[in-house]
Design a protein around this ligand. Structure first.
Ligand code: C2E
Ligand code: CA
Ligand code: CA
Length: 473
């Protein structure tokens, strides 16, 4: 090659030109430079197979590589494993710090994962914060070690340009070929199920696939199917737990708590199905039903002169973020005829933190309707009272886990006392949850806590039982 010369792919079109006697007199050739086209084709292929954010393989390429790898593994009898990696706190980071930072976190996570791999491995980003690693030649024991190595490396903070440190962490599930599946779809699904288990037993850890998981998954599927039907089949009920004024020990209101009367399994507590309903979005419909039913019931009791001052209803974070919850509350109040001042809405911190700005606005609009706003499960989330100051809240409910240690555990006593003092400072009313003993009640009384609820006074009662209970207290 002479300097400055390079090969250029060209497209040649040649045409024979004939003269009057139909003899070929000359040929005409047209050369077109194809490098531009070739570049865009390569780019297209790259886009079809790689993730533009991290530069890693995408799902399509990963599945292609997995198919090829399985064929090779079967022919040469070498083991193959699929690791499913999901970042632990990514959603919260993305929601609270913004997408630009979310993207940076994903890029850094991708680079870290790449450092955990061998050359022969395939690392892919499947979607969002989910990654897949196809590893060759490792026995199950060594696959687990690789997974642990990944968890360890993801524990170190991600350092942003401005020096801020963010902690993410990862949960890893793996499935081995051919032991845990003999199709690519099975392997990926099983690694994913193992990852779900890693998440559910506390995150930041590795789980191998086991057959028991498929059973769990099919039970979940059953539950989900039932849940979809539960609304139309009128299988939901609200039970009502009395809210007690500490000083007088008298009930001033109730909290509506959801129950599912399952045709086969009987009464199911919300902890068993609400997380699922949150995941699949059904909570939005279920939540509107709850609000309608609670307000209807409260209005009825008001008309019967039962003497309750208020009713508290739980809002799920998802409902709070997705739905036009302000419109819903307005409609429900109008339809039921319940005075807004009698309705209290309980919201968890995480719902507010997920989108603080919108959260603040929504709360103000709700406040304008005249309802009371309470922070539920205080102490289990971010627990920053200073941060909560910006929201127009009326009340704070101390999570029952803090009461459990009162009064024998001095640390819990101190915590509850501190929360009570700070709340008083911020002019927030306080409800202590989970009061089960006289000693707890006395402790709260001594510390000036306004209200409480718990099994000491009553469990959540079916609506028919409440009037009698109130009459006897
Ligand atoms: P939560 O809002 O913190 O409700 C209080 C839970 O503590 C209730 O459990 C109640 O029965 C239980 N509890 C009350 N007193 C005591 C006590 O003295 N000791 C102990 N150990 N527990 C006590 P439940 O009814 O099983 O509800 C669990 C959670 O399910 C609720 O926690 C709430 O987060 C959610 N939930 C219930 N109903 C609804 C609903 O209608 N919508 C939404 N989004 N979530 C709901
Ligand atoms: Ca609650
Ligand atoms: Ca609570």
């Amino acid at each position: 090659d002479r300097p400055g010369e390079r090969d250029v792919p060209i497209w040649v079109t040649a045409t024979a030109v004939r003269d009057g006697g139909n003899q070929i007199s000359r040929y005409m050739a047209m050369f077109s430079d194809l490098s531009g086209l070739q570049r865009s084709q390569q780019q297209l292929q790259h886009m079809a197979h790689f993730d533009s954010l991290t530069g890693l393989a995408n799902r399509t390429l990963a599945l292609l590589k997995l198919e090829q790898g399985m064929q090779r593994a079967a022919a040469q009898k070498i083991p193959l494993a699929v690791l499913y990696i999901d970042l632990d706190r990514f959603k919260a980071i993305n929601d609270s710090l913004g997408h630009a930072i979310g993207d940076e976190v994903l890029r850094q996570a991708g680079r870290r994962l790449a450092r955990c791999c061998d050359d022969a491995d395939t690392l892919a980003r499947l979607s969002g914060d989910e990654f897949l690693l196809i590893s060759h030649g490792r026995q199950p024991e060594s696959v687990r070690e690789l997974g642990e190595h990944i968890c360890t490396s993801m524990r170190a903070p991600v350092v942003l340009e401005d020096g801020r440190e963010i902690y993410i962490g990862a949960s890893v599930g793996y499935a081995c070929y051919p032991l845990d599946g003999d199709s690519s779809a099975d392997l990926v699904r099983n690694a994913d199920a193992a990852m779900d288990t890693a998440k559910s037993i506390g995150r930041d850890q590795v789980c191998g696939y086991s057959r028991a998981m498929t059973e769990e998954a099919s039970q979940r599927f059953e539950l989900e199917r039932g849940l979809r039907k539960a609304l139309e089949n009128h299988e939901f009920e609200l039970h009502y737990q009395p809210l007690i004024q500490v000083r007088s020990r008298r009930a001033y209101g109730v909290e509506a708590l959801l129950r599912w009367r399952h045709p086969q399994h009987g009464l199911i507590s919300p902890d068993k199905f609400i997380p699922l309903a949150e995941q699949n979005g059904l909570i939005v419909q279920i939540g509107s039903w709850v609000l309608h039913e609670a307000c209807r019931q409260a209005r009825q009791w008001q008309e019967q002169g039962l003497g309750l001052e208020m009713i508290a209803v739980n809002l799920s974070p998802r409902q709070f973020i997705q739905q036009d919850v302000v419109a819903l509350v307005r409609t429900v109040l109008e339809e039921s005829g319940l005075p807004a001042s009698m309705l209290e809405l309980e919201i968890t911190e995480s719902a507010l933190m997920a989108n603080a700005q919108q959260g603040e606005q929504t709360l103000r609009q709700l406040k304008d309707l005249g309802v009371t706003l309470a922070i539920d499960d205080f102490g289990t989330g971010y627990s920053s009272l200073a941060y909560l100051r910006r929201f127009p809240l009326d009340k704070l409910k101390i999570d029952k886990s803090f009461l459990a240690g009162v009064p024998q555990n001095t640390e819990d006593n101190q915590l509850v006392t501190t929360i009570l003092d700070m709340a008083a400072n911020m002019r927030l009313h306080v409800v202590a949850e989970g009061v089960e003993t006289e000693a707890q009640w006395r402790f709260l009384q001594g510390r000036g806590c306004g209200a409480c609820q718990g099994f000491l006074f009553s469990r959540a009662l079916p609506p028919a039982g409440l009037p009698d209970w109130l009459a006897q207290q």
